[in-house]
Design a protein around this ligand. Structure first.
Ligand code: ATP
Ligand code: MG
Length: 137
């Protein structure tokens, strides 16, 4: 198992529900270490740039609208197999399809307001970590 870093975002719906601590606890409980974290409200520019891969998808406008509705908590998680482990803890994109006990099954409202983001591979993890934490050692 290689030590990896991945980017996590606790999205506006989960921040509004007051479950930041519960979600961060799940990461720690699974053996991931929070090596950077900050609370911020994304601008439309930042949200659009971050989700640029989805630019041509029909839900892009809705996604940018939603991601800018309130503060988010952006963190870098580090640990063995961190990228896949985080995706496992998150559950499927659509909370109705997410396995019981996952973050999305427990806290997400819908496929668009789905509580958390997690990098989906080593390349995106690198880009996404640098996007929010350019100076992280
Ligand atoms: P994320 O990238 O946020 O971790 P994901 O990798 O599980 O989620 P993606 O396919 O990358 O899912 O979609 C990015 C985000 O776009 C989703 O988390 C969700 O907020 C939104 N999204 C995806 N599919 C839909 C859809 N059909 N309708 C509305 N929003 C969607
Ligand atoms: Mg994704």
């Amino acid at each position: 198992m290689t030590l990896q870093r991945t980017l996590s975002i606790i999205k506006p719906d989960a921040v509004k529900k007051n479950v930041i601590g519960q979600i961060l606890s799940r990461f720690e409980g699974a053996g991931l270490r929070i090596v950077a974290t900050k609370m911020m409200t994304l601008s439309r520019q930042e949200a659009g740039e971050f989700y640029a891969v989805h630019q041509s998808r029909p839900f892009f406008g809705e996604l940018v609208d939603y991601m800018t509705t309130g503060p988010v908590v952006v963190s870098v998680l580090e640990g063995a197999d961190a990228i896949n482990l985080n995706r496992k803890l998150m559950g499927a994109t659509d909370p109705k399809k997410a396995e019981a006990g996952t973050i999305r099954a427990d806290f997400a409202d819908s496929i668009s307001a789905n509580a958390v983001h997690g990098s989906d591979g080593p390349e995106t993890a690198k880009t996404e970590v640098a996007f929010f934490f350019p100076n992280l050692k």
